[in-house]
Design a protein around this ligand. Structure first.
Ligand SMILES: [Zn+2]
Length: 100
């Protein structure tokens, strides 16, 4: 059970590799499809990117289809919160209808 592991918000691995913002604290932790992540130029385990920096690298806005069905993208309020920006890109309204 991954969710029971303690998350340390000060841990450097939460920080965006481009701007240094802590994606845990800004609620911009998410999972995108491998192809999308590859397009960013970062390795799979190359770190985190906030929404703004990932979009800058991609040269476009993220859309709902870029995100996987991973729990971090869906279980809003239970384990993860999403920033307004992330919620907008994920299309949270339609996803929360599916979840309920
Ligand atoms: Zn950033």
């Amino acid at each position: 059970m991954k969710q029971s592991s303690k998350r340390n918000s000060r841990d450097a691995h939460w920080c965006c590799v481009d701007c240094g913002v802590n994606t845990f604290e800004t609620d911009e932790y998410y999972m995108v499809h491998d192809a999308v992540w590859r397009s960013s130029g970062l390795a799979q385990d190359g770190g985190k990117l906030c929404v703004v920096c990932l979009e800058a690298r991609l040269g476009r806005k993220l859309t709902q289809s870029d995100f996987t069905l991973a729990r971090v993208n869906r279980c809003i309020g239970r384990y993860w919160r999403h920033s307004k920006r992330l919620a907008d890109r994920i299309g949270e309204k339609s996803l929360s209808i599916v979840a309920s």
